[in-house]
Design a binder for this molecule. Structure first.
Ligand code: AMP
Ligand code: MG
Length: 394
C-alpha cells in the first residue's frame, strides 16, 4: 500500500503554506476572541500606590497597640487623605489610598469605636502591611502583560484595560468561503425526495468557524459539474481561504480536484494518513489557500477540527493554533492502528472515555452524541481498558 502523508506532516505543510494576516488596531471592547499580534506592555502600575484591601482603619504598625484617634476618612476615588501621626488612625474603605504615615489596615470588625476613638477588641494584634494592596503588587509599568499570539478572552480584555490600554493590535479576521458540492444537496428544512439530502455540512462548518475570528461566505450546493465548480471557485478567489466540502475523492463525480487544476491551482498534498478524512486536499489558487474536506459529515467535522480551524487561528495571529489535547482513561479495549491516525467519536466523563461502537463517518447521530474525539496515533499498539489516551473536546 502506498504510504500516505502522516497527519502531523500534513498539518505542518498546511501552516507552512500560510502567513499570519496583517494586524489591525481595534477598541478593546471589540477584541473578544481575536489574537494579539504584539506583546502587550503595561502603561501603568497596579495598584498605582498602596491602597486598602478592606473596610477598616489605617494605622502605623509601630503604633499597633492603640487606642487611636480617628482623624480622617479615605474612600476609593478620592485623593489621599491627610497624613496620620502616632496615636492616630484614618477611617478607610476598600480601594482607598493609604494616607502618608499609615502602613497597615485593621479590619473594622476588630475594633470598637467610641465617637472619635477606636480600640482593638480582638486578637491577633495587627500584622505589618496586612490588608494593604501594595504599589505594583499586581503588575508594574513596562512589564509584558500578554504575549503576542494570546487568545483574547474576557479576562485578558480586563487585564488589558487595567494595564492602561484602550485599543489592541490584533490579527485581521481571515475571509473564508465555504463551498459545498453535490447534486443531492437541498436547503435546510425543505422536504427531500429519496435522492436528496439536506446540506447539513454547510451549517455545521459555518458554526465551527463562527467560534473563531473569521468572516465567512457560504456558496452552497454547487452542482457536480466542472463548469459550476470552476465558476464557484473563481468567485471565491478574493478570500484568504476557500474550503470546499464534498467531491474530494476520486469518483467520476468528485470534481473538486479537476476544477481546481483547470483553474491553475497548485496542490500541496492530497490524501493523508488519517481516519476519517483520508481524501483531504490542500493547495493554493491564486492568493487563496484551498482546503478540500471530504463530504461525509464525520470526516468533514474531524478534518475541519484538525486542519481548517488551526489554519484560521494561525492566519488570525494565534500562537497556539492546534486543538488542545487532553487525556483520559479508556473504558474499552482499543485495537491497534495502521499507518492512519484515528479520531474516534466518543463520550468522555468522570469515568473515562468511551468510543461509540459505530464509527461510520456518515452518521450525524453519532457525531452529535459525542463530546470528544479520541485520538489514536498511527501505528499504535492495542490499548487495554484503563490505559491513558488523548482526546480533543468537541
Ligand atoms: P462526497 O465527498 O461528495 O463523495 O460525499 C460523501 C457523502 O457526504 C455523500 O453521501 C454526500 O451526500 C455527503 N455530503 C456531501 N456534502 C454534504 C453536505 N454539504 N451536507 C451533508 N452531506 C454531504
Ligand atoms: Mg459529492
Amino acid at each position: 500500500m502506498k504510504p500516505l502523508l502522516p497527519l502531523e506532516e500534513a498539518q505542518q505543510r498546511l501552516i507552512a503554506m500560510a502567513q499570519p494576516l496583517p494586524s489591525e488596531s481595534v477598541p478593546i471592547a471589540d477584541a473578544l476572541g481575536r489574537y494579539l499580534t504584539k506583546n502587550l506592555i503595561t502603561k501603568r502600575s497596579q495598584p498605582a500606590t498602596d491602597m486598602s484591601a478592606m473596610d477598616g482603619y489605617a494605622i502605623r504598625f509601630d503604633d499597633r497597640a492603640g487606642p487611636w484617634q480617628v482623624v480622617g476618612e479615605c474612600k476609593a476615588g478620592s485623593p489621599p487623605c491627610p497624613p496620620i501621626e502616632t496615636g492616630q488612625a484614618a477611617r478607610i474603605f476598600t480601594g482607598a489610598l493609604l494616607p502618608d504615615g499609615a502602613d497597615t489596615v485593621v479590619m473594622q470588625e476588630n475594633v470598637e469605636r467610641d465617637d472619635i476613638m477606636i480600640k482593638l477588641i480582638s486578637d491577633p494584634s495587627p500584622v505589618k502591611g496586612r490588608h494593604v494592596r501594595h504599589q505594583g503588587g499586581d503588575f508594574k509599568t513596562g512589564e509584558i502583560a500578554l504575549k503576542a499570539g494570546t487568545y483574547l478572552n474576557a479576562a485578558a480584555l480586563g487585564h488589558a484595560v487595567i494595564a492602561g490600554l484602550g485599543s489592541l493590535s490584533v490579527g485581521r479576521c481571515p475571509k473564508v468561503a465555504i463551498l459545498s458540492t453535490g447534486d443531492e444537496l437541498v436547503l435546510p428544512g425543505i422536504e427531500t425526495k429519496p435522492h436528496q439530502i439536506p446540506a447539513s455540512n454547510d451549517v455545521m462548518v459555518s458554526a465551527m468557524l463562527s467560534q473563531l475570528p473569521a468572516q465567512t461566505r457560504s456558496i452552497s450546493r454547487i452542482k457536480d459539474d466542472l463548469d459550476s465548480l470552476c465558476q464557484a471557485l473563481e468567485s471565491a478567489k478574493d478570500c484568504d481561504v476557500i474550503v470546499t466540502i464534498g467531491g474530494a475523492s476520486v469518483g467520476d463525480h468528485d470534481l473538486v480536484a479537476p476544477a481546481f487544476k483547470q483553474l491553475g491551482g497548485e496542490t500541496d498534498f492530497w490524501k493523508i494518513a488519517m481516519k476519517p478524512g483520508k481524501p483531504l486536499m490542500a493547495g493554493k489558487l491564486g492568493n487563496s489557500l484551498v482546503l478540500a474536506l471530504p463530504g461525509n459529515p464525520g470526516s468533514a467535522f474531524v478534518t475541519a477540527t484538525l486542519f481548517l480551524l488551526p489554519l484560521i487561528r494561525y492566519l488570525a495571529g494565534a500562537a497556539n493554533y492546534l486543538p488542545a489535547m487532553q487525556s483520559a482513561i479508556t473504558n474499552t479495549v482499543l485495537p491497534a492502528t495502521t499507518q492512519r491516525a484515528e479520531f474516534l467519536r466518543a463520550t468522555v466523563d468522570g469515568s473515562g472515555i468511551t468510543p461509540f461502537n459505530s464509527q461510520d463517518s456518515a452518521k450525524l447521530s453519532v457525531l452529535a452524541a459525542a463530546n470528544a474525539l479520541l485520538y489514536r496515533p498511527a501505528h499504535s499498539p492495542e490499548q487495554q481498558k484503563g490505559a491513558e489516551v488523548s482526546y480533543i473536546s468537541i
